[in-house]
Design a protein around this ligand. Structure first.
Ligand SMILES: Cc1cc2nc3c(=O)[nH]c(=O)nc-3n(C[C@H](O)[C@H](O)[C@H](O)COP(=O)(O)OP(=O)(O)OC[C@H]3O[C@@H](n4cnc5c(N)ncnc54)[C@H](O)[C@@H]3O)c2cc1C
Length: 355
């Protein structure tokens, strides 16, 4: 049994420490920030989605190209094991209407507190304000409040997180250090990311923060029903995240990708055409949509934002747009930092943003 330095106190580091300590190793977690699990806690603010209840194959498809590489890990620790693990920490879970799994409290804080207590009981030491600054001969170099410190261990496990939300601790400073030592590191890319849309100012001001519920979005991943949120600059939320890796990969590979929305998954195209055709052609667009299709609020605004006069007047075209509201991609650069761009029908523009 040896001394293991786990560097990074996010969920990956804490889980590594738990597994190592339960195998009898003497584990110390070194964390740069004043407390551990900051991103984990933030994740719990909007409801901590700890896993998904869907079929195993479908679950794997969510990881895109990484699915093959992750297969053995996910097989060894499937969704049911994650739920069982949470339960051992006193956190009951439930399956939401989308199939995603959440703690009944929705938060991460009770889980984290219980987890830290258990680690303490296992003899794991946690040293915060210890920023790893690379390897030096014979050990790991840390910057601490008292100055630099070199730690020797039998093994060192890096769990440093990615590049998103650096204010929570993970700043990806480690990438060049490891590359300089010949470690092959894939470029960091956003996974759960939102997309910018070229909203009009009016739409953005009125609808930022508003959820778009009960829609079906289709991409290469398949058709998934759920909801997303309008943001000031675009769209975010679980339904967008479910497609984000696939869209990103398509953009990188082909320079294009498509996300197709069905704004009324509960009604067939034929039924919509029929119901919209019954509406008085002289009535306002809003009234025809509301009475003929049961659509108002943000969905009506989306249709208004991205349809032509001809679309709005013709029941067939309008029904088609409701059932197949296409966000199409192009690789047109908008700025050096935003090189990928999606363009939706009738002028809507989606651009990938940071995660
Ligand atoms: C708003 C938001 C909502 C989210 N919602 C969910 C969700 O519902 N479900 C879900 O599964 N995931 C969610 N996530 C993602 C989830 O939080 C991350 O996937 C997870 O935290 C990654 O864990 P990690 O341990 O790999 O990295 P991190 O949590 O980033 O932890 C890495 C740790 O390493 C430390 N570190 C970095 N560099 C050094 C260094 N040089 N020396 C010492 N320590 C260092 C950091 O300070 C940090 O504590 C969400 C994320 C955000 C931002």
């Amino acid at each position: 049994m040896g001394r293991v330095a786990v560097i990074g106190g996010g969920p990956a580091g804490l889980m590594a420490a738990e597994v190592l300590a339960s195998s009898g190793h003497a584990v110390t977690i070194y964390e740069a920030m004043p407390t551990v699990g900051r991103k984990f806690l933030l994740a719990g603010k909007s409801g901590l989605n700890i896993t998904h209840s869907e079929d195993h194959q479908r679950f794997l498809s969510r990881f895109g190209q990484a699915g093959a590489r992750l297969l053995s890990s996910i097989d060894a620790y499937p969704a049911a094991a994650v739920r069982a693990w949470a339960q051992t920490l006193g956190t009951e879970t439930f399956v939401g209407s989308s199939g995603r799994v959440f703690p009944t409290t929705m938060k991460a804080s009770p889980l984290l507190r219980a987890w830290l207590r258990r680690l303490e009981g296992q003899g794991v030491t946690i040293l915060t304000r210890h920023r790893w600054a690379g390897f030096v001969d014979g050990g790991c170099r840390f910057e601490t409040l008292e100055g630099a410190r070199v730690v020797e261990a039998d093994a060192c496990l890096l769990a440093l997180g990615g590049a998103s939300w650096p204010r929570l601790g993970s700043d990806a400073a480690w990438v060049p250090w490891l590359r300089d030592r010949g470690v092959d590191i894939a470029d960091l890319r956003p996974a759960n990311c939102g997309f910018d849309v070229g909203w009009s100012d009016l739409f953005s001001e009125r609808f930022a923060g508003v959820p778009v519920k009960s829609v079906r979005a289709t991409s290469a991943v398949g058709a998934i029903t759920g909801e997303f949120v309008i943001t000031r600059h675009g769209i975010e939320g679980s339904l967008v995240y479910a497609h984000a890796a696939s869209l990103r990969e398509h953009l990188e590979k082909n320079g294009s990708a498509a996300l197709m929305l069905d704004l009324m998954p509960g009604r067939t195209l034929a039924r919509l055409v029929q119901d919209l055709s019954k509406q008085d052609g002289k009535a306002s667009f809003s009234n025809r949509l509301r009475k003929g299709a049961g659509i108002d609020g943000v969905k009506a605004a989306l249709l208004r934002e991205f349809s032509s006069d001809a679309d709005r007047r013709d029941p067939q075209r309008l029904a088609g747009l409701i059932k197949h509201f296409p966000f199409r991609s192009s690789a047109r650069a908008r700025s050096p930092r935003r090189s990928r761009q999606l363009a939706a029908c009738a002028g809507a523009r989606l651009t990938k943003t940071t995660c």
